[in-house]
Design a binder for this molecule. Structure first.
Ligand SMILES: Cc1ncc(COP(=O)(O)O)c(C=O)c1O
Length: 282
């Protein structure tokens, strides 16, 4: 659909007609947060967790939450219902609103609220079956990667670095330890144990992070969270990415180095199957 209906500050309109003033602090300062909720068969997947993260992001940067949970769900449902695709990605963005340009918060804040939806773009079966190539790079982002901020310059540059190397993602390291990729969490598997970096300020806690914790518990896959060195990543049996669109995806090459046997491994297959079951039950 070329011009889907979107929600902006209280009204639905075609995307091409939705306009914000140039003095919006989202445009001027990147002063806002966002959220992305996958929709399968017109049902939101893990909406409670996504809304909880949205509320945490708003609170973390002191933007007053303009709606309660029920009102948010009603607004999202309106945008979702207006979209022709059954499987969608709902995008929500809230900024600190319009004000004279001055860095500190304005006295009166009226947040700008924008919601749109797009057909979900999942990894093709052909790519999934082979696994994907990534590149490594130093993490150049700020120290609040736990906030789902619209100030995404570091992530944009990391994604561009991947694109320029014909790779799916840039896997980032800070001081020699794994953080995450430009738009996904990263996991390693060694001797049957799945390990992710700690859920701290250096990574965004993906909604898939929590889902993977649940799937590991349900399927008796040992799981731990701790700092992971670069050598451990390159020496892993399997490396996985997780995100709303990648779901779980096997990494078979980083830079010039093959990971494990160079094909998606057994834990990947187990988690991907479990993920599809969770989707079907949503
Ligand atoms: C930087 C970053 N880390 C991790 C994730 C994974 O989060 P989720 O599982 O909620 O999609 C994303 C998703 O876009 C991301 O942008």
């Amino acid at each position: 659909m070329n011009d889907p209906l979107v929600y902006l500050n209280g009204k639905l309109s075609p995307l091409s007609e939705a306009m914000i003033p140039v003095m919006d602090r989202g445009f001027i300062f990147g002063d806002g947060i966002y959220e992305v909720i996958p929709v399968y068969g017109r049902k939101m997947f893990r909406s409670d967790q996504h809304l909880a993260r949205l509320f945490r992001s708003l609170a973390a940067i002191s933007i007053p939450n303009p709606h309660n949970k029920e009102a948010w769900l009603a607004l999202i449902t309106q945008v979702m219902a207006a979209h022709p695709a059954d499987d969608q990605m709902v995008y929500l963005q809230i900024t600190r609103g319009v004000a004279q340009r001055s860095h500190a918060f304005p006295a009166k804040m009226v947040p700008t609220v924008f919601i749109m939806s797009n057909p979900i773009a999942l990894t093709s079966d052909a790519v999934r079956a082979k696994g994907v190539k990534c590149v490594s790079m130093e993490d150049q982002r700020w120290l609040h990667c736990d906030i789902k901020s619209i100030s995404l310059l570091g992530n944009v540059l990391a994604a561009q670095n991947a694109a320029e190397h014909d790779a799916v993602e840039s896997i980032q390291f800070r001081d020699g330890f794994l953080t995450e990729a430009s738009a996904s969490n990263v996991w390693i598997i060694k001797d049957g144990v799945l390990t992710g970096p700690p859920k701290d300020h250096l990574i965004l806690e993906g909604i898939r992070y929590g889902l993977i914790e649940e799937l590991c518990a349900a399927h008796q896959i040992p799981l731990q969270a701790r700092r992971i060195s670069k050598d451990e990543v390159f020496g892993a049996d399997e490396v996985l990415l997780s995100s709303a669109t990648k779901e779980v995806l096997a990494v078979v090459q980083i830079d010039q180095q093959t990971i494990g046997k160079g094909i998606p491994g057994p834990i990947y297959h187990q988690l991907y199957a479990a993920y599809q079951e969770a989707k079907a039950a949503c």
